[in-house]
Every structure is written in C-alpha cells, then in structure tokens.
Design a binder for this molecule. Structure first.
Ligand SMILES: Nc1nc2c(c(=O)[nH]1)N[C@H]1C(S)=C(S)[C@@H](COP(=O)(O)O)O[C@H]1N2
Ligand SMILES: [Mo]
Length: 314
C-alpha cells in the first residue's frame, strides 16, 4: 500500500519534541467515509510500527476544496505519542505521515527512499486562472498564524543574514535594509488552507535587489529561510527571483506589526502563504533541497497557487 517513504525532520518540529517524521506517499486508496479512513490508516500504521495500536482523532481540517487532513494520535508511553496525519484528496487517501516524539525508542518497518523534489517541479500547463484562484475564498482580513509562537524581537540585536552559496554574504540591520532601497507591491495573499486576502500592500527590499548584491553562484537552486521562532521554509530559487518577491518591512503603509512578522518577512505572492516566512533572520542560497517546517509535514516544495501545489505528490 506504500509507494514511497522518506524520513525527514525540521528545526521547528524538533523544538516541539518531534525528532523525526516518516512521510509516506501511498498507492491511492479510495474510501467512502471517515471510518474507512481510520481502518486503512490503522492497518498501515500497525504494519509500519509492527504493533497493534489504535488511533484516536485529534482534529481534522479541509485544505482548499480538494483535500482534507485527519490528525490522529497513538499513545504508546505516558506523555508520549506518535502523531499521524492522513492527507485525503477527494475520497482518496494519498499520504500518511507519522511524527515520532523524541526519546521514543521504536523501530519503523518500511523501505526508505530519498525524496526528490525536482520531480515535483516539472513544467505544467497553466490551468485557466480564476479569481479567486481555484480552491480559495476571499476573506477581508488575513488569518494570523504563529505555529511556533510569536517571538520576542529586540531590534538592537536583530539582524538579517544572507549567506550560503553566494559571492558576497551580507548582514543587515533594519535601517540598512531601508538603505538598500524599498519598493511597494500590491498583491493578493493566499493561504493553502483556502483563504485569500485581496490587495495587500507590502513595502520592502525586492528579492532581485538582494540577488544583485550577494550574487548567488550558478549552482544555486533553493532558498532556505529561517525565522526567529524556529520556523523554516524553502523556495525554489526561480520563484524567489520573481518581480514581486520582497523582503517586506511594511504592510499597508505602516511598519509590519509583530503579528505579521516584524521586523521583516518574506512575501512571495505567487506561492502559498506558508512560504512567506515571518520574523526572518537568515536567508541561505543552496544547491540542495531540505524540508522546512511545513514541507516536513508533506507540503509541496514549490507551492504555486496557480498550479494548486498544496501537497507533495511523490
Ligand atoms: N515564522 C512563521 N512564519 C509564518 C507562519 C508561521 O507560523 N510562523 N505561518 C505561515 C502561513 S501558513 C501563512 S498563511 C502566513 C500568514 O501570514 P499572516 O500571519 O501575516 O496572515 O504566514 C506564514 N509565515
Ligand atoms: Mo497558511
């Protein structure tokens, strides 16, 4: 029933006590109702764990209009549980992820493979574009997310480092970012869960400006972003290097407020919102891919809104 399994992790999950994630793409399995989701997942998980366990439902949520996620837990030791996330597309189970807590000594039975993100990035025929984009609804105000909490920011010590495979690495204070020259873009913003907000105005340093200054090497394919709260994400270099990509320091004509990522956040409008990391502290240009926070939980390496790239598919 399993197509491919990868082990992964991310900094943010480590700080939440999860030491590793087993992400399994499964042979598409049709279900008629939720109890069938539970049955299927239980037998898959028990095979992987080599135990007879039962699942209890934590929560479930729709992601756009195409997907649903069911989150279960398996309690094995007091206070320690394995999280199970099931990604369902329509009425088809497509992925099952296990989050393994630190200090839980347990063997996993599966055939491992290596995740290859470039297979997900092939050129795709652009689908007829709608407004809002497919699977999205417009709301008036953005929902605020802080999956790892809202960090405390001290502007005296805050710096944005730009490094990795570049000719000139750089470190900026907030005034130094302003000095690089700022531009304003008006854009809609789309969260993978299905809400969009029209016409937000962001002011900041264009990604193109940063690229011009630090000069990434030819081998660069990925941009890895780290935040003060431990959040991370990864963006294909070609998407980062986009006219509308910004290191934003203002929103709607005012300095970013702490909820929206003060002192600086990324804004990559053509990608789902999780790629627009808030409270950023480091941007690294890399030749290799590694999962960020949501990517380690099955979300897409690129996340293009127009192609509805919500989850990984391999
Ligand atoms: N550091 C950090 N950045 C983050 C997140 C987060 O939880 N922590 N959530 C992401 C998600 S899923 C979305 S949709 C947007 C939401 O931006 P907002 O909170 O400004 O509305 O922020 C993204 N950046
Ligand atoms: Mo999001």
């Amino acid at each position: 029933m399993i197509k491919q399994c990868y082990e992964t992790s991310s900094k943010g999950l480590l700080s939440k006590g999860v030491s590793r994630v087993l992400d399994c793409a499964v042979e598409e399995h049709a279900v008629r109702d939720v109890p069938e989701v539970v049955d299927y997942t239980t037998s898959l998980v028990n095979r992987v764990l080599g135990k007879n366990t039962s699942l209890s439902l934590d929560s479930s949520e729709c992601i756009g209009t195409t997907h649903t996620i069911y989150r279960f837990r398996i309690v094995l030791e007091k206070g320690k549980y394995i999280g199970v996330r099931v990604v369902v597309r329509g009425r088809t189970i497509v992925r099952v992820l296990l989050t393994i807590p630190m200090g839980l000594d347990i063997g996993l039975h599966y055939q491992g493979s290596i995740y290859n993100p470039t297979r997900e990035l092939t050129w795709k025929q652009s689908i007829t574009q709608t407004d809002p984009p497919r699977g999205q609804v417009y709301v008036d105000l953005p929902v605020v997310y802080a999956i790892l909490g809202i960090p405390e920011v001290d502007l005296r010590s805050w710096r944005l480092s730009i490094n990795g495979l570049v000719e000139n690495s750089a470190v900026y204070t907030l005034p130094e970012l302003y000095d690089l020259g700022v531009e304003t873009v008006r854009t809609s913003f789309h969260c993978v869960t299905g809400w969009s907000v029209r016409e937000l105005e962001f002011t900041g340093v264009p990604a193109e400006k940063i690229i011009e200054v630090v000069k990434p090497l030819k081998s660069v394919e990925w941009v890895y972003v780290e935040s003060l709260d431990g959040y991370t994400t990864i963006i294909p270099f070609t998407e980062f290097n986009n006219l509308k990509s910004l290191i934003a320091i203002e929103m709607n004509g005012k300095p970013l407020d702490i909820l929206h990522g003060y002192p600086a956040r990324l804004v990559i409008p053509q990608l789902y919102g999780w790629k627009s990391a808030k409270w950023i502290s480091r941007i690294s240009f890399m030749d290799k891919y590694i999962d960020g926070y949501w990517e380690s939980l099955g979300y897409h390496p690129r996340g293009r809104v127009d192609l509805e790239e919500r989850f990984k598919s391999t």
